[in-house]
Ligand binder design. Structure first.
Ligand SMILES: [Zn+2]
Ligand SMILES: [Zn+2]
Length: 179
């Protein structure tokens, strides 16, 4: 599996393109569809995944669907128009000869998810270098995101690479001490 990171839109969202044997998958088509379409040319895009429903992660969804004819998936608790498939915790998605596992990590949004493949975790706005994603709305949400991180992400090995929805990558080992 190879991975390319594009930085798109005014909030500098990370859009990740995974590839295995010329089959591709797009995570978080946040903006700048032309840039994403150019990056996936030559690939057969099998699926578009959204870590959550915030617009800075899905603003280019419609254009990418049109250009690639791929279906789009999001967790059922973050469901909005424009998607085709509902994700569940634990679901495995095949990409070429490899698999991506869906981890439901609510807190930033109710249906927020992280995607794990091999030693790579795509953490959306759940886990960033130096702390969790924001939960500006209530104390409950803060407890929920901490629980998601402790129970679902910190179970992963230290060497797991974390690719967040904005900014640079980190590792589980580097973040573990903060929780
Ligand atoms: Zn967000
Ligand atoms: Zn975001």
């Amino acid at each position: 599996m190879t991975m390319e990171r594009l930085i798109v839109g005014s909030l500098q969202t990370n859009c990740y393109i995974l590839e295995s044997n010329k089959i591709g998958l797009v995570i978080d088509p946040g903006a700048e569809p032309e840039k994403i379409i150019k990056a996936v040319s030559g690939l057969k895009i099998q699926l578009i995944l959204a870590t959550h429903q915030h617009s800075d992660h899905i603003n280019a969804l419609e254009e990418i669907k049109k250009a690639t004819h791929a279906k789009a998936a999001i967790h059922h608790l973050d469901w909005i128009d424009g998607f085709d498939m509902r994700l569940e915790h634990g679901q495995r998605i095949q990409l070429g000869s490899e698999y991506i596992t869906v981890l439901h990590t609510p807190g930033h949004t109710p249906g927020g998810c992280c995607f794990l493949t091999g030693n790579d975790l795509f953490s959306g706005d759940t886990l960033f270098p130096g702390g969790p994603g924001n939960t500006s709305f209530s104390d409950d949400d803060e407890q929920i995101i901490l629980k998601s991180i402790r129970e679902k992400l910190l179970k992963l090995p230290n060497e797991t690479k974390v690719y967040p929805g904005h900014g640079l990558a980190t590792t589980i080992g580097q973040e573990r001490g903060l929780y």
